[in-house]
Design a protein around this ligand. Sequence first.
Ligand SMILES: C[S@@+](CC[C@H](N)C(=O)[O-])C[C@H]1O[C@@H](n2cnc3c(N)ncnc32)[C@H](O)[C@@H]1O
Length: 313
Amino acid sequence: MGFISMIKKKQNQRRLFKGVHYVLPVNSDEIDRTHQQHYVYREIWKKDFSAPVEDLLIKGARVLDIGCGPGTWTLELGTKYSNSKFKGIDAYRWYPTTIKPTNVSFDQANVLDGLPYEDDEFEYVIMRFMMFSFLLKEWKPIIKEMIRVCKPNGWIEIMEDDLVFLEGGPKTEMLIKTITKELKKKGVETIITPYIFTLLNSNSEITNVTSKKKVSQLGSLGNKQGELFLDSLKWGAKSLFESERLFKNDRNGILTIYNEIIDDFVNECNEHPTYFVSRRFYARKTLRVENTTTWRKFFRIKRFLKGIQGHRR
Ligand SMILES: C[S@@+](CC[C@H](N)C(=O)[O-])C[C@H]1O[C@@H](n2cnc3c(N)ncnc32)[C@H](O)[C@@H]1O
């Protein structure tokens, strides 16, 4: 790559990443973690989505996955539902660009600048695990965008967990307190699902707002699934501690003790019943917009016919 194109690429990247405040690292270890997280949540939910879109996907639909990361969900679903067209969008290009099913494609963009798609373009719009990507005030506009690009009668779905452990012991509380305090400095809220549910319920363009939850016991007390889930959360905590965007005032200090904090948390979960809640929300876009268009068309035809009659008279 020539010097000028290298500078141009850097300038473009700077423009793209301006306003992206994702706090987790973006590297090969994170690709592995995100893949693992996907399969753990599949085990917990027994399905990769909760909205009633199975028939739609079998028949053939256009699907958008916002903040697709390495594209695990997009690629898995794209392979399974070959009549549907899947699009993943992410600020970082860590999704595959060449080796992928032909019905799957990816776009790179900062979704906080608005989704680069037409109104009503997709029958199903999903967004998962974006807590570390948005400030609280950014959830409202992003949900509005999800609804805008979703076709009337189509579905939107959001999957998020709050950073809260039910019945967590003191070591677990210590871990959460340390992480939450640091995230708050960056404007990242760690309890967002009540807010998401309120936003969905107060939006008049969607209906059938549904909330589902899975409560899982962590660690060996929760059997194989509990062990897997705890492992995934442990990996997530490790990534947060290692993120160069966090603990800026005390990087050396935190890097020395984070393994200890995480090990204490894991040991405690294996001895003391601790639970974690995963949530999914889905809703259907109303037909109101289409009805308005239909009524508008009806009145236009009526006016046109009246005009002809007037002309005849
Ligand atoms: C935890 S990952 C979610 C991965 C994926 N949704 C899944 O289910 O496996 C969050 C993703 O959001 C992306 N992201 C964060 N802020 C973004 C923004 N403003 N615009 C687009 N993507 C963003 C990150 O690059 C990252 O890939």
